[in-house]
Design a binder for this molecule. Structure first.
Ligand code: NG1
Length: 403
Protein backbone atom coordinates (compact mmCIF):
# COMPACT_ATOMS: atom_id res chain seq x y z
CA UNK A 1 0.00 0.00 0.00
CA UNK A 2 1.39 3.43 -0.83
CA UNK A 3 2.25 5.57 2.17
CA UNK A 4 2.65 9.24 1.19
CA UNK A 5 4.60 10.01 4.37
CA UNK A 6 7.10 7.23 3.65
CA UNK A 7 7.42 8.55 0.09
CA UNK A 8 8.16 11.99 1.47
CA UNK A 9 10.74 10.45 3.78
CA UNK A 10 12.49 8.71 0.88
CA UNK A 11 12.47 11.94 -1.10
CA UNK A 12 13.92 13.91 1.84
CA UNK A 13 16.46 11.41 3.22
CA UNK A 14 18.12 8.34 1.73
CA UNK A 15 16.38 5.08 2.73
CA UNK A 16 13.20 4.25 4.65
CA UNK A 17 11.66 5.42 7.91
CA UNK A 18 11.77 2.78 10.65
CA UNK A 19 9.40 4.08 13.35
CA UNK A 20 6.10 5.90 13.80
CA UNK A 21 5.41 8.35 16.62
CA UNK A 22 1.86 9.66 16.85
CA UNK A 23 -0.06 11.89 19.26
CA UNK A 24 -3.69 13.05 19.06
CA UNK A 25 -5.31 16.45 19.46
CA UNK A 26 -8.09 16.76 22.01
CA UNK A 27 -11.44 18.35 22.66
CA UNK A 28 -12.09 19.57 26.17
CA UNK A 29 -15.65 18.67 27.21
CA UNK A 30 -15.67 20.82 30.34
CA UNK A 31 -13.21 22.48 32.74
CA UNK A 32 -11.82 25.46 30.86
CA UNK A 33 -9.05 27.66 32.25
CA UNK A 34 -8.92 25.52 35.37
CA UNK A 35 -5.80 23.41 34.69
CA UNK A 36 -3.29 26.19 35.30
CA UNK A 37 -5.06 26.88 38.58
CA UNK A 38 -4.38 23.28 39.64
CA UNK A 39 -8.05 22.31 39.23
CA UNK A 40 -9.45 19.39 37.23
CA UNK A 41 -10.44 19.26 33.55
CA UNK A 42 -12.45 16.78 31.50
CA UNK A 43 -11.23 16.29 27.93
CA UNK A 44 -11.06 13.41 25.45
CA UNK A 45 -8.51 12.68 22.73
CA UNK A 46 -9.51 13.06 19.07
CA UNK A 47 -9.12 10.79 16.08
CA UNK A 48 -7.13 13.66 14.54
CA UNK A 49 -3.43 13.44 15.22
CA UNK A 50 0.16 14.32 14.45
CA UNK A 51 2.09 11.45 12.83
CA UNK A 52 5.86 11.37 12.47
CA UNK A 53 7.62 8.67 10.48
CA UNK A 54 11.26 8.67 11.46
CA UNK A 55 14.61 6.99 11.59
CA UNK A 56 16.83 7.45 14.65
CA UNK A 57 20.24 9.07 14.20
CA UNK A 58 23.46 8.35 16.06
CA UNK A 59 24.22 12.03 16.53
CA UNK A 60 22.04 14.75 18.10
CA UNK A 61 20.63 16.27 14.94
CA UNK A 62 16.84 16.53 14.51
CA UNK A 63 15.61 17.12 10.98
CA UNK A 64 11.86 17.26 10.53
CA UNK A 65 10.14 17.82 7.19
CA UNK A 66 6.47 18.88 7.26
CA UNK A 67 4.16 17.32 4.67
CA UNK A 68 2.38 20.68 4.53
CA UNK A 69 4.59 22.79 2.24
CA UNK A 70 3.43 25.92 4.08
CA UNK A 71 5.82 24.91 6.89
CA UNK A 72 9.53 24.87 6.07
CA UNK A 73 11.72 21.99 7.33
CA UNK A 74 13.25 22.33 10.79
CA UNK A 75 16.78 21.29 11.69
CA UNK A 76 18.65 21.72 14.97
CA UNK A 77 20.95 19.99 17.43
CA UNK A 78 19.47 18.51 20.62
CA UNK A 79 20.78 20.42 23.64
CA UNK A 80 20.03 22.27 26.87
CA UNK A 81 19.78 25.74 25.27
CA UNK A 82 18.32 25.42 21.77
CA UNK A 83 17.91 28.87 20.20
CA UNK A 84 14.21 29.40 19.40
CA UNK A 85 13.00 30.53 15.99
CA UNK A 86 10.74 33.58 15.57
CA UNK A 87 7.66 33.67 17.87
CA UNK A 88 4.96 31.43 16.48
CA UNK A 89 7.29 29.40 14.24
CA UNK A 90 6.17 25.76 14.21
CA UNK A 91 9.76 24.67 14.77
CA UNK A 92 9.59 26.00 18.33
CA UNK A 93 7.12 23.21 19.16
CA UNK A 94 9.69 20.72 17.86
CA UNK A 95 12.57 22.28 19.80
CA UNK A 96 10.54 22.55 23.02
CA UNK A 97 10.53 18.82 23.93
CA UNK A 98 14.13 18.38 22.72
CA UNK A 99 15.41 21.06 25.08
CA UNK A 100 13.36 19.86 28.05
CA UNK A 101 14.43 16.22 27.60
CA UNK A 102 18.05 17.31 27.18
CA UNK A 103 17.85 19.30 30.41
CA UNK A 104 16.28 16.51 32.42
CA UNK A 105 17.74 13.39 30.83
CA UNK A 106 20.80 14.51 28.89
CA UNK A 107 19.53 12.97 25.64
CA UNK A 108 22.09 12.84 22.84
CA UNK A 109 20.36 11.26 19.84
CA UNK A 110 18.09 12.92 17.31
CA UNK A 111 16.19 11.62 14.28
CA UNK A 112 15.33 12.25 10.65
CA UNK A 113 11.57 12.50 10.29
CA UNK A 114 8.59 13.56 8.21
CA UNK A 115 5.40 14.85 9.75
CA UNK A 116 1.74 15.09 8.82
CA UNK A 117 -1.08 16.46 10.97
CA UNK A 118 -4.81 16.63 10.51
CA UNK A 119 -5.45 18.49 13.77
CA UNK A 120 -6.77 21.95 12.81
CA UNK A 121 -4.27 24.62 13.84
CA UNK A 122 -5.11 27.47 16.26
CA UNK A 123 -8.59 26.08 16.88
CA UNK A 124 -8.46 25.14 20.54
CA UNK A 125 -7.91 21.45 19.69
CA UNK A 126 -4.31 21.27 20.90
CA UNK A 127 -2.51 20.86 17.62
CA UNK A 128 0.48 22.33 19.43
CA UNK A 129 0.56 19.79 22.25
CA UNK A 130 0.00 16.94 19.80
CA UNK A 131 3.14 18.10 17.99
CA UNK A 132 5.12 18.53 21.21
CA UNK A 133 4.05 15.07 22.39
CA UNK A 134 4.77 13.28 19.09
CA UNK A 135 8.28 14.77 18.93
CA UNK A 136 8.88 14.28 22.66
CA UNK A 137 7.82 10.64 22.53
CA UNK A 138 10.03 10.03 19.51
CA UNK A 139 13.06 11.52 21.29
CA UNK A 140 12.34 9.68 24.55
CA UNK A 141 12.13 6.35 22.69
CA UNK A 142 15.11 6.95 20.42
CA UNK A 143 17.14 7.70 23.57
CA UNK A 144 15.60 4.74 25.45
CA UNK A 145 14.56 6.80 28.46
CA UNK A 146 11.91 4.33 29.67
CA UNK A 147 9.50 7.04 30.85
CA UNK A 148 5.82 6.21 31.38
CA UNK A 149 2.92 8.22 29.95
CA UNK A 150 2.33 10.22 33.14
CA UNK A 151 5.99 11.18 33.44
CA UNK A 152 6.02 12.15 29.78
CA UNK A 153 2.87 14.26 30.23
CA UNK A 154 4.48 16.31 32.98
CA UNK A 155 7.73 16.78 31.10
CA UNK A 156 5.88 17.82 27.93
CA UNK A 157 3.74 20.33 29.85
CA UNK A 158 6.94 22.00 31.09
CA UNK A 159 8.48 21.67 27.65
CA UNK A 160 5.72 23.58 25.87
CA UNK A 161 6.37 26.67 28.01
CA UNK A 162 9.46 27.12 25.77
CA UNK A 163 7.01 28.56 23.24
CA UNK A 164 5.94 31.35 25.59
CA UNK A 165 2.51 30.17 26.72
CA UNK A 166 2.16 29.60 30.45
CA UNK A 167 -0.27 26.72 29.90
CA UNK A 168 -1.61 24.15 32.32
CA UNK A 169 -0.99 20.45 31.72
CA UNK A 170 -4.33 19.29 30.30
CA UNK A 171 -3.42 18.97 26.65
CA UNK A 172 -0.19 17.07 27.03
CA UNK A 173 -1.78 14.70 29.58
CA UNK A 174 -4.85 13.73 27.55
CA UNK A 175 -2.84 13.45 24.33
CA UNK A 176 -0.35 11.11 26.06
CA UNK A 177 -2.68 9.05 28.25
CA UNK A 178 -6.16 8.86 26.65
CA UNK A 179 -8.07 5.59 26.21
CA UNK A 180 -10.23 4.65 23.21
CA UNK A 181 -13.93 5.22 23.93
CA UNK A 182 -13.23 7.25 27.07
CA UNK A 183 -13.04 10.83 28.26
CA UNK A 184 -10.83 11.48 31.28
CA UNK A 185 -11.09 13.60 34.35
CA UNK A 186 -7.59 14.90 34.92
CA UNK A 187 -6.35 16.19 38.27
CA UNK A 188 -3.01 17.86 38.86
CA UNK A 189 -0.31 17.93 41.56
CA UNK A 190 0.07 15.01 41.42
CA UNK A 191 -1.10 14.35 37.87
CA UNK A 192 -3.73 11.60 37.70
CA UNK A 193 -6.44 10.51 35.23
CA UNK A 194 -9.79 8.88 35.80
CA UNK A 195 -11.00 7.35 32.51
CA UNK A 196 -14.78 7.47 32.06
CA UNK A 197 -16.51 5.67 29.17
CA UNK A 198 -18.46 7.87 26.75
CA UNK A 199 -21.94 6.35 26.17
CA UNK A 200 -22.27 4.81 22.70
CA UNK A 201 -25.14 7.03 21.59
CA UNK A 202 -23.59 10.37 22.63
CA UNK A 203 -22.19 12.51 19.83
CA UNK A 204 -19.83 15.44 20.32
CA UNK A 205 -19.87 17.83 17.36
CA UNK A 206 -16.79 20.01 17.00
CA UNK A 207 -17.34 23.15 14.92
CA UNK A 208 -14.74 25.75 14.04
CA UNK A 209 -15.53 29.46 13.86
CA UNK A 210 -12.89 29.89 11.17
CA UNK A 211 -11.35 32.59 13.38
CA UNK A 212 -7.88 31.51 14.38
CA UNK A 213 -6.98 31.71 18.04
CA UNK A 214 -3.21 31.94 17.53
CA UNK A 215 -1.71 31.27 20.92
CA UNK A 216 1.59 32.33 19.46
CA UNK A 217 -0.06 35.68 18.62
CA UNK A 218 -2.28 38.15 20.55
CA UNK A 219 -4.27 35.36 22.21
CA UNK A 220 -1.10 34.37 24.05
CA UNK A 221 -0.97 37.65 25.95
CA UNK A 222 -4.70 37.48 26.72
CA UNK A 223 -4.30 33.88 27.91
CA UNK A 224 -1.28 34.64 30.10
CA UNK A 225 -3.11 37.67 31.53
CA UNK A 226 -6.03 35.48 32.63
CA UNK A 227 -3.58 33.26 34.42
CA UNK A 228 -2.00 36.21 36.26
CA UNK A 229 -5.44 37.53 37.20
CA UNK A 230 -6.31 34.20 38.79
CA UNK A 231 -3.07 34.25 40.78
CA UNK A 232 -3.72 37.80 41.90
CA UNK A 233 -7.27 36.96 42.98
CA UNK A 234 -6.06 34.03 45.06
CA UNK A 235 -3.40 36.20 46.68
CA UNK A 236 -6.12 38.59 47.88
CA UNK A 237 -8.66 35.98 48.96
CA UNK A 238 -6.36 33.47 50.69
CA UNK A 239 -5.24 35.65 53.66
CA UNK A 240 -8.81 36.84 54.17
CA UNK A 241 -10.01 33.23 54.48
CA UNK A 242 -7.41 32.63 57.17
CA UNK A 243 -8.25 35.87 58.97
CA UNK A 244 -11.92 34.85 59.00
CA UNK A 245 -10.74 31.50 60.47
CA UNK A 246 -12.25 29.61 57.55
CA UNK A 247 -8.81 28.03 56.99
CA UNK A 248 -5.98 27.51 59.51
CA UNK A 249 -3.55 29.37 57.20
CA UNK A 250 -3.89 31.08 53.83
CA UNK A 251 -4.49 28.28 51.30
CA UNK A 252 -1.55 27.85 48.91
CA UNK A 253 -3.67 27.17 45.84
CA UNK A 254 -7.20 26.92 44.45
CA UNK A 255 -7.39 23.18 45.05
CA UNK A 256 -6.45 23.51 48.74
CA UNK A 257 -8.88 26.41 49.15
CA UNK A 258 -11.83 24.58 47.58
CA UNK A 259 -11.09 21.42 49.56
CA UNK A 260 -11.27 23.33 52.84
CA UNK A 261 -14.06 25.88 52.36
CA UNK A 262 -17.52 25.51 50.72
CA UNK A 263 -17.82 27.28 47.36
CA UNK A 264 -20.46 29.76 48.51
CA UNK A 265 -18.29 30.97 51.39
CA UNK A 266 -15.27 31.26 49.12
CA UNK A 267 -17.34 33.30 46.67
CA UNK A 268 -18.72 35.54 49.41
CA UNK A 269 -15.19 36.39 50.57
CA UNK A 270 -14.11 36.87 46.95
CA UNK A 271 -16.93 39.32 46.32
CA UNK A 272 -15.92 41.28 49.40
CA UNK A 273 -12.23 41.65 48.66
CA UNK A 274 -11.84 41.55 44.89
CA UNK A 275 -12.29 44.32 42.33
CA UNK A 276 -14.99 43.56 39.75
CA UNK A 277 -12.88 41.98 36.97
CA UNK A 278 -10.85 39.84 39.35
CA UNK A 279 -14.01 38.68 41.07
CA UNK A 280 -15.47 37.57 37.74
CA UNK A 281 -12.34 35.59 36.85
CA UNK A 282 -12.38 34.06 40.33
CA UNK A 283 -16.07 33.16 40.11
CA UNK A 284 -15.52 31.41 36.78
CA UNK A 285 -12.72 29.27 38.22
CA UNK A 286 -14.69 28.31 41.35
CA UNK A 287 -17.91 27.47 39.49
CA UNK A 288 -16.13 25.69 36.62
CA UNK A 289 -14.37 23.45 39.13
CA UNK A 290 -17.74 22.44 40.57
CA UNK A 291 -19.05 21.72 37.06
CA UNK A 292 -16.16 19.37 36.33
CA UNK A 293 -16.79 17.39 39.50
CA UNK A 294 -20.48 17.10 38.62
CA UNK A 295 -19.77 16.30 34.96
CA UNK A 296 -17.82 13.19 35.91
CA UNK A 297 -20.83 11.80 37.81
CA UNK A 298 -23.24 12.74 35.03
CA UNK A 299 -21.14 11.01 32.37
CA UNK A 300 -20.94 7.89 34.52
CA UNK A 301 -24.73 7.96 34.84
CA UNK A 302 -25.08 8.70 31.10
CA UNK A 303 -27.16 11.76 32.04
CA UNK A 304 -27.23 13.43 28.62
CA UNK A 305 -29.46 16.43 29.44
CA UNK A 306 -27.61 17.03 32.72
CA UNK A 307 -24.21 17.02 31.01
CA UNK A 308 -25.55 19.37 28.34
CA UNK A 309 -26.79 21.83 30.93
CA UNK A 310 -23.33 21.94 32.51
CA UNK A 311 -21.80 22.69 29.10
CA UNK A 312 -24.25 25.58 28.62
CA UNK A 313 -23.39 26.96 32.04
CA UNK A 314 -19.70 26.64 31.32
CA UNK A 315 -20.07 28.65 28.14
CA UNK A 316 -22.08 31.35 29.92
CA UNK A 317 -19.37 31.67 32.54
CA UNK A 318 -16.55 31.75 29.97
CA UNK A 319 -18.44 34.46 28.09
CA UNK A 320 -19.63 36.70 30.89
CA UNK A 321 -17.08 36.16 33.67
CA UNK A 322 -13.93 35.04 31.92
CA UNK A 323 -14.39 37.14 28.75
CA UNK A 324 -12.79 34.61 26.39
CA UNK A 325 -15.72 34.05 24.02
CA UNK A 326 -16.37 35.94 20.80
CA UNK A 327 -19.39 36.85 18.66
CA UNK A 328 -18.62 33.91 16.34
CA UNK A 329 -18.29 31.39 19.18
CA UNK A 330 -21.55 32.63 20.71
CA UNK A 331 -23.27 32.31 17.34
CA UNK A 332 -22.08 28.74 16.79
CA UNK A 333 -23.26 27.83 20.29
CA UNK A 334 -26.67 29.38 19.59
CA UNK A 335 -27.07 27.49 16.28
CA UNK A 336 -26.04 24.22 17.90
CA UNK A 337 -28.69 24.75 20.56
CA UNK A 338 -31.29 25.73 17.98
CA UNK A 339 -30.55 22.46 16.17
CA UNK A 340 -31.34 20.52 19.34
CA UNK A 341 -27.96 20.11 21.06
CA UNK A 342 -28.28 19.25 24.75
CA UNK A 343 -25.48 21.71 25.44
CA UNK A 344 -22.73 23.63 23.69
CA UNK A 345 -19.69 25.62 24.69
CA UNK A 346 -16.44 27.03 23.42
CA UNK A 347 -13.57 24.58 23.83
CA UNK A 348 -9.91 25.32 24.49
CA UNK A 349 -8.71 28.76 25.46
CA UNK A 350 -11.33 30.68 23.43
CA UNK A 351 -10.71 33.97 21.56
CA UNK A 352 -11.81 32.12 18.37
CA UNK A 353 -11.31 28.47 17.51
CA UNK A 354 -13.97 25.81 18.07
CA UNK A 355 -17.10 24.96 19.99
CA UNK A 356 -18.12 21.50 21.14
CA UNK A 357 -21.81 20.58 21.16
CA UNK A 358 -23.43 17.54 22.74
CA UNK A 359 -25.95 15.69 20.56
CA UNK A 360 -26.99 12.05 20.35
CA UNK A 361 -27.69 9.60 17.53
CA UNK A 362 -31.20 11.07 17.07
CA UNK A 363 -30.30 14.77 17.16
CA UNK A 364 -26.86 14.91 15.56
CA UNK A 365 -28.05 15.45 11.96
CA UNK A 366 -30.27 18.36 12.97
CA UNK A 367 -27.48 19.97 14.98
CA UNK A 368 -25.09 19.68 12.04
CA UNK A 369 -27.70 21.07 9.63
CA UNK A 370 -28.40 24.01 11.91
CA UNK A 371 -24.69 24.86 12.06
CA UNK A 372 -24.32 24.61 8.29
CA UNK A 373 -27.43 26.67 7.45
CA UNK A 374 -27.04 29.16 10.28
CA UNK A 375 -23.29 29.73 10.34
CA UNK A 376 -21.25 28.24 7.50
CA UNK A 377 -23.52 28.91 4.49
CA UNK A 378 -24.18 32.61 5.13
CA UNK A 379 -20.43 33.13 5.62
CA UNK A 380 -19.58 31.09 2.52
CA UNK A 381 -17.45 28.78 4.65
CA UNK A 382 -18.75 25.58 3.06
CA UNK A 383 -15.44 24.68 1.40
CA UNK A 384 -13.46 22.07 3.38
CA UNK A 385 -16.49 21.63 5.63
CA UNK A 386 -15.16 18.33 6.95
CA UNK A 387 -12.17 20.27 8.26
CA UNK A 388 -14.35 22.87 9.93
CA UNK A 389 -16.86 20.53 11.50
CA UNK A 390 -16.61 16.88 12.53
CA UNK A 391 -17.78 14.36 15.09
CA UNK A 392 -15.22 13.76 17.82
CA UNK A 393 -14.39 10.09 18.31
CA UNK A 394 -12.87 9.38 21.75
CA UNK A 395 -9.46 8.01 20.75
CA UNK A 396 -6.26 6.52 22.14
CA UNK A 397 -3.32 8.49 23.50
CA UNK A 398 0.11 8.80 21.91
CA UNK A 399 2.10 5.76 20.80
CA UNK A 400 5.46 4.85 19.35
CA UNK A 401 6.37 1.73 17.44
CA UNK A 402 8.26 0.13 14.59
CA UNK A 403 6.88 0.54 11.10
P1 NG1 B 1 -5.70 25.41 23.75
O1 NG1 B 1 -6.59 26.56 23.54
O2 NG1 B 1 -6.24 24.16 23.18
O3 NG1 B 1 -4.31 25.67 23.26
C1 NG1 B 1 -5.10 26.09 26.28
C2 NG1 B 1 -4.03 25.49 27.18
C3 NG1 B 1 -4.64 24.49 28.17
C4 NG1 B 1 -5.82 25.11 28.91
C5 NG1 B 1 -6.81 25.71 27.90
C6 NG1 B 1 -7.95 26.45 28.57
C7 NG1 B 1 -1.76 25.14 26.30
C8 NG1 B 1 -0.87 24.27 25.51
N1 NG1 B 1 -3.05 24.78 26.38
O4 NG1 B 1 -5.58 25.14 25.37
O5 NG1 B 1 -3.63 24.07 29.08
O6 NG1 B 1 -5.42 26.04 29.87
O7 NG1 B 1 -6.15 26.64 27.04
O8 NG1 B 1 -8.69 25.59 29.35
O9 NG1 B 1 -1.31 26.15 26.83
Amino acid sequence: MSDPLADLFRASFAGDPTHLSRAPGRVNLIGEHTDYNGLPVFPMALQREVRIELRPRRDGLVTLVNADPEFEAVEFEVGVAIPPGPTGHWGNYVKAPAQELARRHAIIRGFDGVLASDVPVASGLSSSSALVNAVGLALAEVNELGLDALEMSEIMADAERYTGTRGGGMDQAISMCARVGHAARIDFHPLRLKHVPVPEDWRFVVADTGVRAEKSGPAQAAYNRRRSECEEALKLVAPRLARARLTPRPPAGYAEMLRSVPDDEVLAVGEEVLPDTLYKRFRHVVTENARVVEAQDLLLQADHPGFGTLMDESHGSLRSDYHVSSAELDELVAFAKEGGAAGARLTGAGFGGCIVALADTDTVDDVVESLVCGYYEPRKLTDRLDQRMFLAVPSAGASFGEL
